[in-house]
Design a protein around this ligand. Structure first.
Ligand SMILES: [Zn+2]
Length: 77
């Protein structure tokens, strides 16, 4: 899931806070997770296979936020 996809999901209110059931309004600290594998012959494979982002509820009276690699788990679809 790209950062743009996360932004779009938040803008379209598709991600739902599990605590207050309101739409998640913010995010921070997006980062791709990169696995680097080096074998005994000094050949390096780099595989970018995920991303990590902190989702922030942002609704009044709710302090929920969570660091996750699977932001779509909070999708209501
Ligand atoms: Zn909330």
């Amino acid at each position: 899931m790209s950062l743009q996809a996360i932004k779009d999901a938040i803008a379209n209110e598709k991600l739902i806070c599990p605590k207050c059931k309101g739409a998640i309004k913010g995010w921070e600290k997006y980062a791709e997770t990169i696995d680097a594998v080096r074998d005994g012959f000094n050949i390096q494979e780099i595989d970018s296979n995920g991303e990590r982002v902190t989702l922030i509820c942002g609704n009044e009276g709710c302090a929920w936020k969570e660091r996750t690699e699977y932001p779509l788990e909070f999708s209501k679809d």
